[in-house]
Each structure stands twice: as C-alpha cells, then as structure tokens.
Design a protein around this ligand. Structure first.
Ligand code: DX5
Ligand code: ZN
Length: 219
C-alpha cells in the first residue's frame, strides 16, 4: 500500500482556516489530521467541535481525529457527528480501552490507539487485532514543532512485528517532528501514515512540501 500523508491543521492559520483547508484539498495529502487537546491530558488546549465541524464542511478528504483528552468515552458520538472518519484515543487515557475501541467501531469510524513516547508497543498485544490504526507519538503530545524522538524507529519495527505475529491489519501512523529528512527512514521502518504539521505549514510552499512527502518511494 502506498503510504498516506496527513497534514496536521494544528499548525494551520486559524484566522484563515478555509484557505489552509482548501490548500490540503488541492494537495496530494490523504487525510486531515485534527489534534484535539483538553488542557488536562496534555498541557495545551487546541480546538473543539465547532471548529472541527467547520473544517469538515469544506474538507474533501477524511478527518483523522487525534484525541489528546482524558475520558474520551464521553464524546465519541460527538466526534462522529462533526465528521471524524478515523478516531484515535490515547492508551494512557483509557481505563477500558477495549470498550472504547469497540464503541468507536460501532459508531462506524475507524478506531485508532495512540501511545506516548514512554509507552511500549507491547501493551497493545491484547488489543492489536481489534484496532484499525496505531499512532506512535514521536514527540511528547501537546504542541506542534517539537524535535523528533529517535527511539521511534525501534517502536515502529516492534509494532510491525507485533502486527505480523497476530496477523493484524493495522495502519501504523507516526506523529510529531516528521519532515522530509526523516520521512523515508520512517517509511522504511514500517510506517503507513505520516502526520506533518510544522514541516508543511512553515514551508514556503506547503502544497509542494506535501507532494515531496507523498512521492517518497521505499523501493
Ligand atoms: C502533537 C500533535 C501532532 C502535531 C504534529 O501533540 O499530536 O499532531 O500537530 O506537529 P509537528 O509535525 O509540527 O510535530
Ligand atoms: Zn496528532
């Protein structure tokens, strides 16, 4: 499968969001990565339902919603209503992760589980056949523009092995500090989906930057 590119709108210009949504629509990006932060699970607050609904109204590609919030069970239906197609919760934020993942799928969304940099892939052993996607955080969640953590490569490889062992068809998404310098190595390690915020939106030509990430070829 050709890898997917998911620009993170956390780094978009919120005062001109329609322009950035349009840019992603016209680009070779596959998904919109939408970071929801509650000021509790992470030390930052991003945006909520009205903003996501507005983005969804103009977006011509699926919304990949990454919840960095405590107790996400309270809001799964609301995220469905505002247009989430992939809904990812944090392993660290869910006491009953199996129930949460099941509910997301019942609601008709793809279910993702995210793990923080300190959380080993091995904790996913008993849920791996139930999830559609695993998001490996390659920075500590909360902010865009942070430095990529090198141990991520080991985690991608470990996750790929875990998936193979269980015959699980899971997309491996990498989020944080991804740019054109590390993207190819991430794909070679086994990543399927690359999130990029700062690298895309700080570029002189964001659409070109997305195209550069998309055209990478691991063969
Ligand atoms: C960080 C978010 C990321 C962030 C990535 O908590 O989950 O999605 O937007 O941004 P960059 O690519 O700037 O590290
Ligand atoms: Zn994210």
């Amino acid at each position: 499968m050709k890898h997917l590119i998911a620009p993170s709108i956390l780094s978009a210009d919120f005062a001109n969001l329609a322009d950035d949504v349009e840019m992603i629509n016209e680009s070779s990006a596959d998904w919109f990565h939408v970071d929801v932060m509650d000021g509790n699970f992470v030390p930052n607050i991003s945006f909520g339902f009205p903003v996501i609904a507005a983005v969804n109204h103009y977006a011509k590609k699926p919304l990949d919603v990454h919840l960095m919030i405590v107790d996400p069970d309270r809001y799964l239906e609301d995220f469905k209503k505002v247009g989430a197609k992939v809904l990812t919760v944090h392993y660290e934020a869910c006491t009953h992760l199996h129930r949460t993942v099941s509910k997301i799928k019942e609601l008709g969304m793809k279910a993702g589980v995210a793990i923080n940099p300190h959380t080993p892939v091995s904790v996913l052993e008993d849920i791996i056949t139930d999830v559609d996607l695993v998001l490996i955080m390659s920075v500590n969640p909360g902010f865009g523009g942070q430095k990529f953590i090198e141990n991520t490569y080991n985690k991608i490889k470990a996750l790929r092995e875990l998936c193979n062992k269980h015959n699980a068809e899971v997309l491996i998404e990498v989020d944080g500090g991804v740019n054109k310098h590390n993207a190819l190595a991430l794909l070679k390690a086994g990543a399927d989906v690359l999130v990029a915020g700062n690298a895309v939106f700080s570029a002189e030509d964001p659409k070109h930057e997305i195209a550069e990430l998309k055209k990478l070829n691991i063969e």
